[in-house]
Each structure stands twice: as C-alpha cells, then as structure tokens.
Design a protein around this ligand. Structure first.
Ligand code: NCD
Length: 308
C-alpha cells in the first residue's frame, strides 16, 4: 500500500507516469468515468479548504466513485478529543482511500502509520502540500511543454507557504531548474529547505525582495498568499500582508510567454485586472488539478493501468 505524504514519496519516473496519466484523462475523461465504480474517498479536512477538498471529491466522482468525510474539526469527533490515529482506524473501515488536511505538520504521516487505506496529505500546517504540486507540475508541463530548463520565481510567503515547499522539492529533480525566491526578509524560505534541498543539490537560486527587478528573467511566476493563519502576531501579518501586488504594470516587465500560477485562494496579491492577461494560468490550474488528482487516486488504488 502506498501513501502520498511528500513529493519525494514517488520517484521521478513515477511522477512522469502520473503526469502522463493525468494528460490521458484530460484528453478523454469519459474513458475513465467508471474506473473507480464502487470505490469511496474520505476527505478528512481539519482545516479550511475550497479547491483541494472539492477537487478530490470531483476527481473521485468523475471516476465513478463516491465521497464521504468532514470539512472542519468542529464537525468531527476531534471536537470530543479523538486522536488522528483513532479517526483513521475508523475511516479505514468505511473508505478505500483518504485525503487529509490538518493544521499540524506531520498529522497525515501519523495517520498513515495507522491506516489500512492510502493516505494523501492534502496540506499539513506550513509543511507540505504534494497534491497541489502535482497540479502545479501538470499545469506547467501542459502549458509550457516541459518541466526542465526553467527559471521559476516564487513570490510571497515562502516561509509558511506549504505549496512552495513541496514545489521546490519536486522541481529540483528536473534539469536546468533555477529559482528566484522573492519575499520579505521575515518570510524567506525555511533554512532546512535552503540547506537540505537547494544547497545540497547545488540548485542555482537567489533570494531577493524586489519583484520588479527580476520579472524579466522569469519563465514562471508562482504567487502565494501571505498565510495569515500561521502568524503568531497580527501586527506582523498586517505589516507584511500587501508586500506584493501583481498588477498590469508589473506584467509589462515580464516575458511574453511567462506563466502566472497561484494555488489560490488569492487575497490581494494579484490584481483582478491580471485575470484577463493570457499569461494568467491560475484558473486553468484549478481545472488541471482535478485531472491530476484523478490520476493520483487511480495510482494509489492500483488502478493506473485499468484503462488501456
Ligand atoms: C493552498 C493551501 O491550502 O496551502 N491552497 C490550496 O490548497 N489550493 C494555498 C493557500 O491556502 O494559500
């Protein structure tokens, strides 16, 4: 049995296979409409979500399966004091696979250690969010035609942004990747990622505070929300919340084929006027996310070769 807790749980070959499957599903979704007939996914969300939970549910429904679960800690037995380990043992009796989001780093890993069904980490605190990364890579590959030889700007909250941490982990496995890390001093990428991922693998990167000056070099600009819920101090959040606002004037500085991605939800960091720019790919990214999750569910259930 496989779990999906971090991008590195799958080898590069397995990632490429997952992305190929997502592509095949995108090109012919009807062919996959009954692959998961009779299967159930449990979505266990202890933290707020719109896209990720509904994307997992839409993915399972599109494969012919069904869904159950809860969308807040208050509406589950956690409010009575139940542990994640006990909850997953119970859910293992009802469902074939589960996607879990939790405010505590490592909670899905604890669940996986007790689970009888595959566990997908749908975001654990400020740590990782690997299914968003699958979405991001699928979007980049579909729209750019490659995952190698790219300069990727990551902008905003690089400290608490779990999507950023997983994306860096995954992209460093491709050749010719260079990162431009754009953030205020207080929200720089955690030192364990700088040391253990970027420096150890000799990945070229630079850390800057100014977005305008690096815009012309980027192939991808990955914007992120300042993660309000992870701040200890509200004043600090207020000081940093509008550090970056991508608008039409800034887009003029970018390459004609640069892509703007964002895991969403956005707050202020991308002006609505950018939505009409053909380089804005964040709503397409949502659609790609469903196909990516369909491929992930099939693979974790051992059904990746069910449709020829
Ligand atoms: C992200 C998350 O939850 O980490 N959202 C998502 O899953 N699409 C990003 C965010 O909340 O800022």
């Amino acid at each position: 049995m496989r779990h999906f807790l971090s991008p590195t749980d799958f080898s590069l070959e397995e990632w490429d296979k997952l992305l190929d499957l997502a592509e095949a599903i995108k090109n012919n979704p009807e062919k996959y409409a009954h692959v998961c007939d009779g299967k159930k996914i449990a979505t266990l969300f202890y933290e707020a979500s719109t896209r990720t939970r509904l994307s997992f549910e839409a993915a399972m429904l599109s494969l012919g399966g069904s869904v159950l679960g809860f969308h807040s800690a208050e509406s589950s037995s956690v409010s009575k004091g139940e542990s994640v380990s006990d909850t997953i043992r119970v859910i293992s009796c009802f469902a074939d696979i589960c996607a879990m989001r939790h405010p505590k780093e490592g909670a899905p890993m604890v669940a996986a250690s007790k689970s009888k069904i595959p566990v997908i980490n749908a975001g654990d605190g400020g740590h990782q969010h690997p299914s968003q990364t699958l979405t991001d890579l699928f979007t980049i590959r579909s729209l750019k035609g490659r995952l190698d030889h790219l300069t990727i700007g990551l902008c905003g909250d690089l400290k608490f942004g779990r999507t950023v941490h997983s994306l860096i982990n995954a992209l460093t496995r491709y050749e010719g990747i260079r990162f431009v890390l754009i953030s205020p001093e207080a929200l720089r990428v955690p030192s364990y990622i700088r040391r253990e991922v970027l420096e150890q693998k000799n990945i070229p990167f630079k850390e800057v505070e100014n977005l305008d000056e690096v815009m012309p070099e980027l192939d991808i600009l990955y914007m992120t929300r300042i993660q309000k819920e992870r701040f200890f101090n509200e004043e600090e959040y207020i000081r940093l919340k509008d550090s970056y606002i991508l608008d039409a004037a800034k887009m003029k500085l970018a390459k004609e084929d640069m892509l703007v991605l964002h895991p969403l939800p956005r707050v202020n960091e991308i002006a609505v006027e950018v939505d009409d720019d053909p380089r804005a790919a964040y709503f397409k990214q949502v659609q790609y996310g469903m196909y990516a999750r369909m491929a992930l569910i099939m693979t974790l259930l051992g059904l990746e070769d069910a449709v020829c």
